[in-house]
Design a binder for this molecule. Structure first.
Ligand SMILES: [Zn+2]
Length: 157
């Protein structure tokens, strides 16, 4: 028998999604809808949101490996978070000339294996900016300045 002020359809949709992301039994969730009020559903949503999403169940949209990439003329490093999520930082030169990196939201999911940075592209970045794109350090040895990259970082390609 339906309860008064029963759980709404949009709430159900949201609860199913949250529960699935957290690896909860879908059947148990469906069964709980029978006597769920709108207010209790709201509590359930709060509770589900507070629950940790297991790393394996987390949708990792990035399909690339951690490493260095170039997309639309910009340079990126893809890193893996402690939780196993891949994210990208953009490597760029500031107005003062220093090479640094900042979190680039949404980029990791757009990168493809063919966007992997080549050694030649890494060298071109280093020659243009005077800093290594891998470690962001200023190139100081003449050989490295000419090459656009230091020998240790060049080995990563
Ligand atoms: Zn370096």
């Amino acid at each position: 028998m339906p309860v008064k002020n029963a759980v709404t359809e949009p709430q159900k949709v949201f609860i199913r999604k949250l529960a699935a992301e957290r690896g909860l039994d879908a059947e148990v969730i469906e069964a709980s809808f029978d006597d769920l009020t709108k207010a209790l559903a709201s509590d359930l949503i709060t509770w589900l949101k507070a629950m940790d999403v297991p790393a394996a169940a987390k949708p990792i949209r990035a399909t690339v490996e951690p490493g260095f990439y170039k997309l639309d003329g910009k340079f990126y490093e893809v890193r893996e978070s402690k939780g196993g999520r891949l994210y990208a930082v953009e490597i760029y030169q500031t107005e003062s000339g220093k090479v640094t990196s900042d979190y680039a939201p949404g980029i990791a999911g757009r990168l493809k294996p063919e966007n992997l940075l080549t050694l030649d592209e890494a060298k071109a970045f280093g020659r243009e900016t005077g800093s290594c794109c891998v470690c962001r350090r200023e190139l100081t040895k003449q050989d490295s300045i000419d090459a656009g990259i230091g020998p240790v970082c060049a080995d990563k390609f």
